[in-house]
Design a protein around this ligand. Sequence first.
Ligand code: NAP
Length: 304
Amino acid sequence: MTAHIIDGKALAEELRQSFKARVATLTAKGQKPGLAVILVGADPASQVYVKNKVNACEAIGMKSEKIVYDAAVDQQTVLGKIAELNADPTIHGILVQLPLPRHFDESRVLEAIAAQKDVDGFHAENVGALAQGKPRFIPCTPYGVMKMFAQGGVDLNGKEAVVIGRSNIVGKPMALLLINAGATVTVCNSKTKDLGAHTRRADILVAAVGKPKFVTADMIKPGAVVIDVGINRLTDGPDAGKLCGDVDFAACLETAGQITPVPGGVGPMTITMLLANTIEAAEREASARSSSRAGEGPGERGPG
Ligand code: NAP
């Protein structure tokens, strides 16, 4: 039987439409959600990612601010800008586009972002909260994958889940989310012995490797839900220049129960969840402000 294809593009569009009303409500309360994106250098791929993020904000009525620095900028200047954005009440989310040039201490820069505005979910405080099962911000790519499971009616409780990849951006937070959802989780990496023995047990398989067509049909349990996070540009053959995932999609289509395509799968969900995180941050700020205003009211002060 051919697998059901999980359409990330359609789900992303549906979610973005639903965000418009939340943005309008916040804007009416004087809390228009605002995202600041810092780009250091002129890496073409990073420039495209930043442009897409800014355009996505504007399309749903959010404020966006793009700050671009020359690759030679010193770290202190960027840290100063982050401090300014941390204090700016019109900015609810701050994102530093990675990778940074070599002279930067990446973790120092990420830790400088106020945890309440860390919409990428990379700050140690937010990673810790996720590990404790009380997330504030969920990293965008695995957050998008969880939305795809929810939309596809995939019950994770008690399932065998295998994640290939252990990066801080995808693999690790994905594994934490699956653990929190009640799955039995195995996380594989480049040192894993007999990878196929693990993946063939998986009811849920998430590939975040960065190698084109790495997951082949013989590595999949029949009926498994296969999520392809990989985004690779093919360099050889008739498809040179085209995007390709970590999963051999055509071959796995007959074995998997559900599968995500590349492009049009996880990719569109990542920016969508960045918007979701920024809106959530603005909603938290709006509710904190209204409860602090209520606290200042005469009723709170009591008689006299
Ligand atoms: P990464 O930091 O390079 O991590 C890749 C992981 O794959 C590492 O943990 C590595 O293991 C593991 N790996 C490499 N070869 C392996 C093998 N032979 N067997 C098992 N595991 C192996 O990459 P990433 O940032 O997680 O990204 C992974 C892919 O997702 C890339 O294609 C990236 O472009 C894509 N991506 C897509 C989105 C999206 O929006 N769809 C977002 C982020 C990333 P070691 O740790 O042992 O080296």
